[in-house]
Design a protein around this ligand. Structure first.
Ligand code: LLP
Length: 421
């Protein structure tokens, strides 16, 4: 259930009016509902109840430690893809034995740190990586628990830039090579094979492709079993979508998703890992921005807001649709606006020809469903500092990431001595 609601014409997140937050925190900023994060987690957990499962939140979706801690307190593990994400997850209180380490390019120092911490498993994506993990583990006098990510060559209906499970993607080991790779792994001295990993893409709203992918996992399990290779963990990846556009999107059918897992995989008595990112946090956060100028033309009306593509990249990167709403409920007539940021690129556009009640300088708007792949994908293009993140719980709010100080950003540059005056 959404915690974003108008009360007395003011958009609230839980018990706090967004306009109250903006009195002490300059726009733009991200704000998340802690209660929604908790509810999303608990609802997935109850969906999977009675299945031996572990939810490992995909930290790449939202790596703020307050978010990670909120999830860890409910028992979540973490799916990390870098040393930085691993450290954040551990600092936030995720126990190492609930951490899986994915990603195609793990470097030796990252592998070493993860091994020392005693993580649950490495999700291996290539033969070269397998040899490297084995080498590092020998050096550390440890054995590395691994799953091998297979590429099931299953297409899903999502944006081309976020599909991952087809043969032309860089992810996983081709299905035809999977068996040989498992046999190789099983023979490496410092590798303990424990799982099969699959992840087919993101923002999946029709769950049927999971069936084809899990069928391949089941086939492989049987072949490995026949060879005496003992698989205990099936890591089913993430990918469940959310409804960004109520007029066009549907939500994934979670009962069907669970049924697919049961139908295809339950005979094996393995532990299931799932790695949801977007479905746990996307709808829990929004980006609050102030209208700097309106610019009314004969052809187009522009609203120039103080958030930009560097703060929130999804619309410019994927042409992603995000609902945009005024913070103050208004009875003014609607106008069609292109909502754009101040960055010097035409792609710095959040919405085109969007109907909103008339707005002017100083009005606040929220861009919705920014709680996943929002703040984490921001940058400092046009020398714009990273913006603040805020969390609301009931009637309280707190800054969970300070806005980056402009001087700190500028002072990262160094002038070589041949240029020093
Ligand atoms: N596991 C693996 C191995 C992944 O690569 C991903 C996402 C996830 C789990 C989590 O997927 P989710 O449940 O969030 O769909 N920046 C893009 C999304 C990129 C997803 C990358 N991998 C976007 O803003 O749509």
């Amino acid at each position: 259930m959404s915690e974003f609601k108008y009360k007395s014409s003011q958009l609230h997140i839980e018990g706090v009016a967004i306009s109250t937050i903006s009195k002490s925190i300059p726009t733009p900023f991200y704000v998340y509902s802690a209660t929604m994060i908790e509810n999303n987690f608990l609802s997935l957990q109850s969906r999977l109840s009675d299945l031996n499962h572990l939810i490992c939140f995909a930290v790449k979706a939202n790596s703020n430690q307050a978010v990670l801690r909120t999830l860890a307190a409910l028992g979540s593990g973490a799916d990390v893809v870098s040393l930085g994400e691993l450290k954040r997850a551990l600092h936030a209180g995720v126990p190492p034995h609930k951490v899986v380490f994915s990603g195609v390019g793990k470097k030796a120092h990252e592998i070493e740190y993860a091994l020392e911490q005693g993580i649950l498993q490495f999700n291996v994506e290539s033969v070269a990586e397998l040899h490297n993990i084995n080498k590092v583990a020998i050096k550390c006098n440890k054995s590395a628990n691994i799953a091998i990510r297979i590429n099931p060559d299953v297409a899903v209906d999502t944006h081309a830039k976020i599909t991952t499970g087809t043969a032309e993607n860089k992810f996983g080991i081709g299905y035809e090579q999977a068996l040989d790779t498992f046999v190789l792994a099983d023979n490496l001295p410092a590798i303990t094979v424990q799982g099969i990993h699959v992840h087919i893409g993101s923002q999946i709203t029709d769950v049927t492709p999971f069936k084809a992918a899990f069928k391949r996992v089941a086939d492989l399990y049987k072949q490995l079993n026949a060879l005496g290779i003992d698989i205990k963990v099936l890591d089913l990846g993430g990918g469940l979508g959310i409804c960004y556009d109520p007029e066009n999107d549907s939500l994934p059918d979670m009962a069907e998703y669970r049924q697919i897992i049961e139908d295809e995989l339950s005979e094996f008595n393995c532990q299931y890992i799932v790695e949801p990112g977007r479905s746990l946090t996307a709808d829990t956060g929004c980006l609050v921005s102030e209208v700097i100028y309106d610019k009314l033309g004969t052809d187009r009306n522009f609203l120039i807001v103080d958030a930009a593509m560097n703060d929130f990249a999804r619309p410019s990167l994927y042409d992603a649709y995000h609902r945009i709403s005024p913070v103050l409920e208004s009875t003014k007539p609607n106008k069609k606006y292109d909502i754009v940021g101040p960055v010097c690129e035409s792609g710095d556009t959040f919405a085109v020809a969007r109907e909103l009640p008339e707005l002017e300088s100083g009005d606040l708007v929220v861009i919705q469903d920014c709680g996943a792949y929002g703040a984490v994908m921001s940058g400092t293009y046009n020398t714009r500092p990273l913006i603040a993140e805020v969390m609301v719980k009931n009637d309280a709010f707190a800054v969970i990431r300070k806005r980056q100080n402009l001087d700190d950003l500028i002072n990262l540059d160094q002038i070589p001595n041949w240029l020093a005056s």
